[in-house]
Design a protein around this ligand. Structure first.
Ligand SMILES: [Zn+2]
Length: 247
C-alpha cells in the first residue's frame, strides 16, 4: 500500500493520468488554431438516443468555487434525479464534508472542473475574464491535480473534464485525450453563469431538446438557479422526461 498526503487512508491511484508522462513533450510547441466552447472534440450533447424512447437530458452542475447550494442537491436526491457534478479543488477544499456526502451518493457522478478553475488554453488565453492555463504543462497540472483530489475521495479517476468557463483550444483537446479525459461542453446554459432569476432558469430548462446537456451551478445558493431547477425538474418529470448522468 502506498500512502500519500492526499489519500491518507488508502491506496493512492497513480499520480498522473494514462499518458501525462510524455503528453507535455508530445504537444509542447504546437500552436492552437481554435478557441471556444464548441470546437471539435468537445462533447456538447448526449451521444445517442436512450433505449426506452423517453426524452432525456443530462443535468450538469458546476462547483467552480464559493458556496454550496445544499437545498438543490438534497432536492435532486429526494427526487432520485441523477446529476453530473463538476468540482474544482477550490470547492472541494471549501466544502470537504458535503463533498464526501455527494461522492457517496450513487446518484451523483463526480467529474473534474480543474484544480484552479482555469480555461483550457496552452497559451494563457482568457475567457469570461478568467486567465487560462499558460502551457501544456500547466494544463496537465490543472487536470491532474484535480483528478487526484477527486480520486482520493471517490476512489475513481474522473473521466470528464470541464474547464473553467468551458473554453478550450484545439491543442488542449488533444492533451485531454492523451490524459483519457473527455472535454465536457454543454448545449444549454440554463442559468447563464448563475446570473438569472428562477423563472428564467426554469423556462430555459423547459425549452431544452431531447439529448441536451444542461449547465447550471451548484455554488451560488443565493441565486435563482436552485429554485428554477427545482421547478423545471418537477415539470419535466411529470411530462415523462428522464435525467441521465454523462455516459
Ligand atoms: Zn466553473
Amino acid at each position: 500500500m502506498i500512502l500519500c498526503a492526499t489519500c491518507l487512508w488508502g491506496v493512492c491511484a497513480p499520480a498522473v493520468g494514462p499518458d501525462s508522462g510524455n503528453a507535455a513533450a508530445r504537444f509542447a510547441g504546437l500552436a492552437p488554431r481554435l478557441w471556444g466552447e464548441r470546437i471539435p472534440g468537445v462533447i456538447c450533447r448526449l451521444p445517442d438516443e436512450g433505449s426506452d424512447g423517453a426524452p432525456r437530458l443530462a443535468l450538469t452542475l458546476d462547483a467552480c468555487g464559493g458556496g454550496y447550494d445544499e437545498g438543490l442537491l438534497h432536492f435532486l436526491a429526494q427526487r432520485g434525479v441523477p446529476a453530473t457534478l463538476f468540482v474544482t479543488n477550490l470547492w472541494i477544499r471549501a466544502h470537504p464534508g458535503p463533498f464526501r456526502e455527494l461522492a457517496a451518493n450513487g446518484l451523483f457522478r463526480i467529474e473534474a472542473h480543474g484544480a484552479r478553475h482555469k480555461p483550457a488554453s496552452v497559451t494563457g488565453r482568457s475567457a469570461c475574464g478568467i486567465g487560462g492555463t499558460t502551457s501544456v504543462q500547466d494544463l496537465i497540472a490543472e487536470v491532474e491535480d484535480n483528478a487526484r483530489e477527486i480520486e482520493s475521495v471517490t476512489g475513481k479517476r474522473p473521466r470528464w473534464f470541464r474547464s473553467g468557463a468551458a473554453h478550450y483550444d484545439d491543442v488542449a483537446v488533444k492533451v485531454l485525450a492523451a490524459l483519457a479525459m473527455q472535454p465536457a461542453g454543454y448545449s444549454v446554459s440554463i442559468d447563464l453563469g448563475a446570473s438569472l432569476g428562477p423563472r428564467a432558469v426554469r423556462d430555459r430548462a423547459l425549452a431544452a431538446r431531447n439529448g441536451d446537456i444542461l449547465l447550471a451551478h451548484m455554488n451560488r445558493p443565493r441565486g435563482g438557479t436552485g429554485q428554477g431547477v427545482r421547478e423545471a425538474v418537477d415539470i419535466l418529470l411529470a411530462r415523462g422526461w428522464r435525467f441521465v448522468p454523462l455516459p
